[in-house]
Design a protein around this ligand. Structure first.
Ligand code: ADP
Ligand code: MG
Length: 424
């Protein structure tokens, strides 16, 4: 049967018919249904009690296609099961940073969840130059907890293997494999090249064996390294914020993959936001010696990685000391366990930079863009921002083993923006 989105009346009747929702929404006679989805993959609505506007929930339903493209790109509706399972799992690990699931329906492929009413999408906030004082701390905590507790560092070996198989997410992983790791590196019809962008810049990427090898390594890792339950699409459009709170939404791409993929997504999107500042800052009043918004953005990237690394190591250390054994086996003084931990985090940093590079490239060459960049109306300026971001991404991939710290990455980004190519 042909899929039809639920009408407002149907949705309203449905929601009022679920006892727990009926009482949560304060026994509504009528619900106001407003579609709020950004039209990416799914249908998303606010359902609000017309007489008690503070009683409101979010309803998200998966149609049997990728909404952005339409019915010509079919996609399993079972992706909603992945999203619900991931919301529940991440919510149990980080209740302060994940919207609560109120109700899930596996026949309609929909979820009803907590509405974040005073929060906005982080990407929008960053484009408007808003400072979120608690953002970095929250994201470090979210990443440390979700990545640690889904892994073999914490879970029993059999439990972890069962969890891996239960979270297989074939079709959505395939989207990432194609859109992030493959198509941007060939002249694929799905690619979208911005108007003033010099084709030679992209050709150079395609023709660079060194770069292609690194991207191949990242793709292989994405496909094979079932390290932990990932969010799988952790860009700044999947994060909702206000001054005090940070929530991560939209985990339908969740699967067991390499930890660096989620971290890299966050870093990549902060870097893209930062490179885009070149445009916004041209419109800003000069502020003397005060640190600019761009400085704040880069400081967040650094604080998120450093905060993550330290929290992750602490969770790990505490878990081993509670359990009285190390992942690596017996180690009386603990020095071997610490050395392994240091190596682990070093490798994770390299991986994160590699994934960040891939994620930045796909946003410039591939089909799905970011508003930070597409909102730059001046085509020449936009192309300059894109060339800089692309060169940064290339360096992240090629030099990820030499970049020893996140401060080195910040210095690299600044260097690229200050020396090559000048703003038009
Ligand atoms: P898609 O899977 O189609 O990308 P998202 O989960 O990203 O859908 O949701 C689309 C939009 O709906 C978000 O950008 C956000 O504006 C809004 N939204 C989603 N979940 C919530 C929520 N829990 N509270 C408030 N708004 C939400
Ligand atoms: Mg989304």
């Amino acid at each position: 049967m042909e899929f039809e989105a639920l009408s407002s009346a149907e949705l309203s009747t449905y929601l009022r018919g679920v006892p727990s929702l009926y009482s949560l929404l304060n026994e509504p006679d009528e619900l106001d249904i407003t579609e709020v989805g950004d039209g990416n993959l799914n249908y998303v609505y606010f359902a609000t009690n017309t007489r008690a506007p503070d009683r409101s929930v979010v309803v998200k339903q998966a149609p049997p296609f990728l909404r952005l493209v339409g019915k010509t790109w079919p996609l399993t509706r079972h992706r909603m099961e992945r999203e619900v399972a991931a919301l529940r799992r991440f919510g149990a690990l980080c209740p302060a940073h994940v919207p609560r699931v109120y109700h899930a329906d596996s026949e309609l492929f929909l979820v009803v969840m907590q509405r974040l009413s005073s929060h906005r999408i982080l990407r929008q906030g960053l484009m408007d130059g808003v400072v979120y004082p608690r953002l970095a701390g929250h994201l470090s905590t979210y990443l440390a907890h979700t990545l640690f507790y889904g892994s073999d560092l914490y879970l029993a070996s059999d439990v972890k293997k069962q969890a891996v198989s239960a979270a297989v997410n074939t079709e959505l992983c395939r989207i990432t494999e194609d859109l992030v790791f493959t198509w941007p590196f060939e002249d694929h019809p799905s690619n979208v090249y911005s108007p003033a962008f010099a084709r030679a810049e992209i050709e150079r990427l395609w023709q660079s064996p060194a770069l292609r090898v690194e991207v191949g390594e990242m793709k292989w890792s994405f496909m094979n390294d079932a390290e932990t339950l990932l969010h799988g699409d952790l860009h700044t459009g999947s994060i909702m914020v206000n001054e005090d709170e940070t929530y991560v939404i939209d985990p339908e791409f969740a699967f067991y993959g390499p930890m660096g993929f989620d971290i890299g997504a966050v870093l990549a999107n902060l870097l893209l936001a930062w490179f885009s500042r070149a445009w916004h800052d041209r419109h800003a009043e000069p502020s003397g010696d005060a640190p600019s918004y761009g400085d704040w953005l880069l400081a967040q990237a650094a604080a998120i990685w450093n905060g993550f690394a330290s929290e992750f190591a602490t969770l790990w250390r505490e878990h081993e000391s509670r359990r009285g054994s190390h992942f690596i086996g017996g180690d009386r003084g603990g020095a071997c366990a610490e050395a392994f931990r240091a190596r682990f985090i070093e490798r994770l940093f390299e991986q994160s930079l590699g994934f960040a590079g891939c994620k930045m490239i796909r946003r410039i060459v591939g089909m799905a863009k970011v508003a930070d960049i597409t909102s730059i109306a001046d085509n020449a300026l936009r192309a300059t921002v894109e060339v800089r971001a692309l060169r940064c991404a290339e360096q992240l991939l090629l030099r990820r083993r030499q970049l020893r710290s996140i401060e080195d990455v910040v210095a690299l980004a600044r260097d690229i923006a200050s020396t090559r190519p000048a703003l038009a």
